[in-house]
Design a protein around this ligand. Structure first.
Ligand code: LLP
Length: 426
């Protein structure tokens, strides 16, 4: 815990302070809250573009943005404009990327249980790659191609059996996983063999994603070492090392840059004699620290000798990560960015759940009052995208700020949105 001000490295790239107040992209964020209401997601467009450019400089034409981290048509378009491909993992994500105008051949279709309609949609659209995740999926593609669809390019998702040293729910590369074909079971070899022989698909390479919020470069090296023999044996031209690079969320944390991640991956590939095209699928490391969430403080409750609860106008519906993974965040007042944060509080939301916590052990300025705009930084990944409208709380809008201008990329949900899927009997 800290008593100091919010550190600059947790704020978006263009964050500046004028007379104590936070501006992002040249726009005062307290004024944004007044204009668009709260809760509000504010993304620094330049920060997003900087990370995309860094990734392209580091990995070349092999960067595939993992849209699950944050997706809207505006974000899909931005990533594509910056030269990224897009990872879509459901028919819904595929739909949004296509609606944004991203060419289908820039899309990589993921999913451990792709349905026949999803596969049909992806293949008919002409996606660049389908990442095979099960023997059932191989059969489904064979049936679709037999029925007249064009054979797609595929990667086989191999589960390399390495521990990514992250939260149990964010591990994907250990043997006991629903994702991909395991090496130890022999499934990986069998799937690569089957895909290679099948006239219904064009096998171009293999894929592995070991987990998310990963800080240990060694985990990637181990995965690459486990995959190298398959690339060599089957003379495959492409290796996707997935995503997963961790980011710093709280004071005291630091994370490797995308450039550092790419150089350790490239070095590991070299060490294992891999000459294939290397691709990567960053999600969090592109978008997480690009955004902040703004809330309004609604109630402050002091319980003597226990704690102070500060309740804001959002909660687990705009950021379920603290509830799901026990994730930590910082909080501060954008009207007083340089203020010491000396008051320990628990920041909670407005949902009917005791577990509806945004920051379990927060430090905020002692003069925080009802009506203040409170900001949580590093909320650009897996917040809006995993949000819900639990308790019929309206999902917040998203604005992109750049060069002194704000543009709305997702509007606030309305009460009409809450009823327009209901089918009401006469
Ligand atoms: N590629 C694949 C196949 C993935 O499954 C994922 C994330 C990524 C790439 C991107 O990983 P990233 O670079 O964003 O770590 N909801 C969790 C994270 C789940 C990640 C799921 N897959 C969270 O909030 O931490």
């Amino acid at each position: 815990m800290t008593g100091g001000p919010i550190p600059a490295h947790l704020l978006p790239d263009t964050a500046t302070v004028h007379e104590g107040r936070l501006a992002i992209g040249g726009v005062d964020v307290v004024e944004l809250a007044a204009k668009y209401g709260t809760p509000l997601f504010v993304y620094d467009e330049e920060h997003l573009r900087n990370r995309c450019r860094e990734a392209v400089a580091a990995f070349g034409d092999g960067v595939v943005y993992a849209t699950k981290a944050f997706l809207s048509q505006g974000m899909a378009k931005l990533a594509w404009e910056e030269g990224l491909h897009l990872d879509v993992a459901t028919g819904g994500e595929l739909h949004v990327a296509l609606a944004a105008g991203v060419p289908a051949d820039r899309l990589v279709m993921h999913g451990n249980n792709k349905s026949v309609p999803e596969l049909e949609m992806a293949i008919s659209a002409g996606v660049g790659r389908i990442v095979l995740d099960s023997f059932d999926e191989i059969r489904r593609i064979e049936d679709l191609v037999a029925a007249g669809l064009t054979a797609p390019r595929v990667l086989v998702r191999v589960n390399p059996g390495v521990d990514a040293h992250t939260h149990e729910y964010l591990q994907t590369g250990i043997a006991d996983s629903k994702f991909g074909f395991g090496i130890s079971s022999g499934d990986a070899g069998a799937a690569i063999g089957a895909a290679n022989l099948s006239p219904a698909m064009d096998l171009v390479g293999i894929h592995a994603h070991i987990g998310s919020q990963v800080f240990v470069a060694d985990s990637y090296s181990k995965a690459i070492g486990a995959l190298a023999p398959f690339l060599a044996e089957h003379r495959l031209d492409e290796l996707s090392i997935g995503g997963g690079l961790g980011v710093a969320y709280v004071v005291g944390e630091s994370a490797p840059t995308i450039t550092e991640w790419a150089s350790s991956v490239t070095a590991a590939c070299r060490e294992h004699g891999i000459e294939a095209r290397i691709t990567a699928e960053p999600g969090r490391s592109i978008v997480a620290s690009a955004a902040v969430t703004l809330y309004t403080v609604g109630t402050i409750k002091d319980i003597d000798d226990i704690r102070t609860y500060v309740a804001v106008d959002g909660g687990m519906s705009d950021n379920p990560r603290p509830v799901l993974y026990g994730s930590g965040y910082e909080a501060f007042l954008p009207r007083a960015v340089g203020s010491d944060r000396t008051k320990p509080v628990r920041i909670v939301g407005k949902h009917c759940e005791s577990g509806d916590v945004i920051v379990s052990e927060a430090m905020i300025p002692a003069d925080t009052t009802v009506g203040d705009i409170l900001c949580t930084p590093v909320t650009g990944a897996y917040g809006h995208s995993m949000g819900s409208n639990y308790n019929m709380v309206l999902r917040p809008p998203v604005v992109f700020v750049c060069d002194g201008e704000a543009r709305l990329v997702i509007r606030r949900e309305t009460f009409a949105d809450l009823t327009n899927r209901d089918v009401v009997a006469d």
